[in-house]
Design a protein around this ligand. Structure first.
Ligand code: AHM
Ligand code: MG
Length: 327
């Protein structure tokens, strides 16, 4: 018996039809899917072609740029341009905001096309994360720095595993897998499991003593109840949390023995990392907060590369640590 699965495009067409939406979002998503497939192709063959190493440049955050960062950025910008639907894009790989189609565009896209850089030299999983907000069609404005609560969709491809997760505003979080025809298929709705039996904690254990005292105390009290998993690439770690429940956290670094290495503002980027997973988590029944216990989706970005601490996952865990953070 041949097994047939619903394709992503079929799923999305029906979704748009059901909610009386336009075709513009489909065109944008088609571009993002094409970009992800191309990035995956380059990543899979990267070790053989010498693409997993350094490019020789330093980026806006002062970090070494990898060859794959450049390839993934070029591919994504090409497809965003080709869609004709993007006003401005904000990318981890570009210091400035990228004007794509300021007049005719309809969406703002915030993305990191190759997240989890420490995995790249090894060809291990990385993420292509994106969030989408829509132009205000009723009035002037078009302010490109949107809070996560204004996103209409957010998603992540875990490259090169062939998995894709997409959250649509008020319509849930859905996971797809790539098939032998290179189509993403078989939508499965993701809802964080309520039973704590499968819950996991995910954080960089090496940083533990640098966290705020309350966070360290919370860990000592709670960690033995859960399994511990850490891949070092947000998309992969969050992929597990969505399925198994629990919490991923990248707390502020405030107690480093070398104070110059403290990161009170956190490490992860708000617009194209933290808000993206926070949006997917909300649509799956979960929650996300920053170091003050403020919901990530409520934070109004001041700058496009703004950083934040992140606690994301099952509501009871995030709410519990949020009480500690609020003091
Ligand atoms: P990057 O944008 O430089 O790749 O950093 C973001 C990544 C996340 O994917 C991951 O969750 C985190 O940084 C891991 O950081 P660390 O290596 O400090 O544990
Ligand atoms: Mg990143």
């Amino acid at each position: 018996m041949i097994q047939f699965e619903q394709t992503f495009m079929n799923f999305l067409l029906h979704h748009q039809e059901k909610h009386n939406r336009t075709y513009h979002f489909l065109i944008l998503m088609d571009g993002l899917i094409s970009a992800a497939k191309h990035i995956q192709h380059y990543y899979l063959t990267g070790a053989l072609k010498g693409n997993l190493g350094l490019a020789g440049d330093v980026n806006v955050q002062g970090e070494d740029v990898l060859r794959m960062d450049q390839i993934a950025q070029e591919i994504t910008i090409h497809y965003l341009r080709a869609s004709g639907r993007v006003i401005h894009a904000i990318s981890e790989e570009s210091k400035e905001i990228i004007p794509v189609d300021p007049e005719g565009g309809r969406y703002f896209v915030y993305f990191d096309p190759m997240d989890g850089s420490s995995n790249v030299p090894h060809g291990l999983p990385v993420g292509f994360l994106f969030g989408v907000a829509k132009r205000n069609l009723e009035g002037p404005e078009d302010y490109h720095l949107r809070a996560g609560k204004d996103y209409i969709a957010a998603g992540m491809f875990v490259i090169p595993t062939g998995t894709f997760t997409l959250a649509l505003k008020d319509a849930g979080t859905w996971r797809f897998h790539i098939d032998e025809t290179m189509n993403f298929v078989k939508p499965v709705r993701m809802v964080l499991p309520e039973n704590p039996k499968s819950w996991e904690l995910s954080f960089n254990e090496a940083n533990r003593k640098t966290y705020a005292t309350g966070v360290q105390e919370w860990l000592s009290k709670n960690e033995s109840k859960y399994a511990f998993r850490y891949l070092g690439a947000l998309a992969g770690d969050f992929h597990r949390i969505l399925a198994n429940g629990g919490m991923f956290m990248y707390p502020a670094i405030v107690n480093h023995p070398d104070p110059k290495k403290n990161r009170p503002e956190g490490k992860l980027r708000l617009m194209y990392e933290a808000a993206v997973v926070a949006f997917m988590c909300r649509e799956a029944g979960g929650h996300a907060v920053d170091e003050k216990g403020t919901p990530i989706l409520e934070i109004q970005p001041r700058t496009h590369h703004q950083r934040t601490a992140l606690y994301v996952g099952s509501k009871p865990l995030v709410e519990d640590i949020s009480n500690v953070l609020k003091g």
